[in-house]
Design a protein around this ligand. Structure first.
Ligand SMILES: [Cu+2]
Length: 185
């Protein structure tokens, strides 16, 4: 219950901050993203893990990645870590009765057999909680993704601008709804 309330609150704050930073986001959107990078683990292909840059003082950051499963058995993303965060949660953003809410996913998310799991703005995403430093565009953040079958994979998250990687749809359809920029004051 507490978690739900906390996330509701976070979503609302994100929404406000997001609207405030939208103007900046539009300007920054033309900035080029970091080069695409990817990792392999068994049947899994992990494409371009990235996090959104954060303004100084932000304690929470949003992370995204696409995982393709070329195998005939499903796998499951069960845990994520990041060097710059206290812990990382898997969240799902959804809209109910016109209100955006986020909930923490317990037990991980399936990567379907011969399919893919996309963590992207507005849907499933990673939430890096307790950031120890601001995430600066162009930097790389070390972390790990742990899968039920493929095990733990060391990855680097590219820090992207407000608009996300080049080629990724901008968030203008849902302004600010996936923002995780919470000032500490
Ligand atoms: Cu979230």
């Amino acid at each position: 219950m507490l978690n739900t309330l906390r996330h509701r609150l976070l979503a609302r704050i994100e929404d406000r901050i997001g609207l405030a930073t939208l103007a900046a986001a539009i300007v920054l959107f033309t900035a080029h993203g970091a080069f695409a990078h990817e990792y392999k683990a068994g049947d899994l292909e992990i494409a371009h893990p990235w996090v959104r840059m954060t303004p100084g003082g932000a304690k929470v950051g949003g992370g995204y990645v696409t995982i393709e499963n070329h195998g005939t058995a499903p796998d499951r993303l069960v845990a994520v870590t990041s060097d710059v965060a206290d812990h990382v949660e898997i969240h799902q953003m959804s809209e109910k009765d016109g209100v955006m809410t986020m909930r923490m996913i317990e037990g991980g998310v399936e990567v379907p057999a011969n399919g893919k799991l996309a963590l992207s703005p507005g849907g499933y995403h990673l939430m890096m909680i307790g950031l120890k430093q601001p995430l600066k565009q162009g930097e790389r953040i070390k972390g790990t993704l742990t899968f039920e079958k493929a095990g733990t994979v060391a990855v680097e998250f590219a820090v992207e601008g407000m608009g996300g990687p080049k080629g990724q749809a901008p968030d203008s359809a849902m302004p600010g709804h996936d923002m995780h920029n919470m000032p500490s004051n």
